[in-house]
Design a protein around this ligand. Structure first.
Ligand SMILES: Cc1cc2nc3c(=O)[nH]c(=O)nc-3n(C[C@H](O)[C@H](O)[C@H](O)COP(=O)(O)O)c2cc1C
Length: 404
């Protein structure tokens, strides 16, 4: 029976000192060239001392032409190796391990940020209005190129001193789009039935594994389900886990939702805390998933109490507890949870009652906290929930400069 303070050995790469991981949060602190900034390094020096055994970076894009947000770091060649080294060194400076999350946004790329908006099929985001264009369907050759990009970014991450990568296969980005029958309407080698929809991810994972050494970790973030009609559902997700069990994969982090159904941004409501042991959103899924795949499972979304985290580990279905939003307002929370000095995270209620607005409010509020830490300030839990949204909407958004 695992405890929060137990170490964990992964099949490839170094052991994690304990079972708490900072889950990925897009920092948006990259330079206009998509390089690592001094603020990003400062942020990870702060998180290095958090007590978490593992820090997973916010999503790093594999193609500078396809970004999810301004301020995304992208790694498509080794030109920023020194910056990447400084980032990895800062994150590892107090003993935590650091994995780079690598991603391609596919159709979830705002038109103000990306000129190259591609996806498995030309299916537009619902209700995306003026912000998101209808993507162009990828050609076979381009799909193979993107797979090669994921492999190259991983190779560079290893060269820069990261301990591993995590392929972002969740939240409706490109990998997720390939897996979903709603966004993948192809009828070729990459779509048409569930096995062919899985092919992009399987080939991508093999290419990544082949590009790095045996001492480097390769993980995956995966949706339990998309939570939308016609999307990637639990039965396809379970079948995928069985297939992944045959691959050289070191861990799977379970999440859920997409931009169209932002399940991952729900809030653990304090009033529901009587069912504390079930505070994690995808707990039932992970329990069912446990028998399908042998590699360690990380669960993220909703964990706020030490009791809830301990119970998830004790039940045997969860090997790593992922924390995202709490790390943006209490960067030393894992230390407190591990020592027993803290029994729960600071409660935060930002929900507006409108699902679309909630995504905007949450994203900008937590990003503002991350930004403060990057600039050497303390997080500000009392920050009014609307203030960062107003700043976000009024800011003149500049398109990042992309190297040829
Ligand atoms: C500001 C912000 C940025 C995020 N960026 C990412 C990201 O880059 N990649 C990712 O996989 N998840 C991202 N997430 C989702 C979190 O990793 C996590 O799945 C979600 O917040 C639920 O976990 P929590 O309840 O512990 O916050 C982000 C969340 C927030 C609040």
């Amino acid at each position: 029976m695992a405890a929060l303070s137990d170490s964990l050995k992964l099949a490839h790469g170094p052991a994690l000192a304990n079972r708490i991981a900072k889950s990925a949060m897009s920092e948006r602190l990259g330079t206009r060239e998509g390089a690592v900034s001094a603020e990003l390094v400062a942020l990870y020096r702060r998180w290095a001392g958090s007590g978490a055994g593992l820090l997973i970076t916010g999503n790093v894009m594999v193609d500078g032409r396809s970004l999810g947000e301004t301020g995304n770091v992208f790694v498509q060649d080794a030109r920023d190796l020194d910056g990447l080294r400084a980032w990895a060194d800062a994150a590892r400076s107090a003993g935590a391990r650091v994995f780079m999350q690598i991603n391609h946004p596919g159709r979830q790329a705002p038109r103000t940020v990306s000129k190259h908006i591609v996806a498995p099929s030309a299916v537009a985001l619902k209700g995306a209005g003026p912000f998101f264009a209808t993507p162009r369907a990828l050609e076979h050759r381009e799909i193979e190129e993107i797979i090669a990009r994921f492999a190259e970014t991983s190779r560079i991450a290893q060269q820069a001193g990261f301990d591993g990568v995590q392929v972002h296969g969740a939240h409706g980005y490109l990998v997720s789009q390939f897996l979903s029958p709603y966004t993948n309407r192809r009828n070729d080698a990459w779509g048409g039935d569930a096995a062919r929809r899985r092919r992009f991810l399987i080939e991508l994972l093999r290419a990544v594994r082949a590009a790095v050494s045996a001492s480097f970790t390769v993980g995956l973030k995966l949706n339990s389900a998309d939570f939308q009609r016609g999307g990637f559902d639990e039965s396809e997700s379970m079948a995928l886990l069985e297939e992944l069990d045959r691959e050289a994969l070191d861990f799977v982090e379970v999440s859920g939702g997409t931009y169209e159904s932002a399940k991952m941004f729900e809030e653990t409501v304090p009033a529901r805390a009587s069912s504390k042991l079930r505070e994690a959103f995808f707990m039932d899924y992970v329990e069912r998933a446990r028998s399908r795949i042998r590699c360690p499972l990380m669960l993220t979304g909703g964990f706020r109490t030490r009791a809830g985290m301990q119970d998830a580990l004790a039940g045997g279905a969860v090997d790593i507890v992922g924390l995202a939003r709490p790390m943006a307002i209490e960067p030393e929370l894992p230390k407190g949870l591990l020592s027993g000095a803290r029994s729960e995270a600071l409660p935060v209620r930002l929900a507006t009652g409108n699902a679309t607005l909630d995504g905007l409010v949450q994203g900008s509020w937590y990003q503002a906290q991350i930004d403060r830490m990057g600039h050497g300030k303390e997080p500000q839990p009392s920050l009014p929930r609307w203030r960062p949204v107003l700043g976000y909407l009024s800011a003149r958004r500049v398109s990042p400069r992309v190297p040829a």
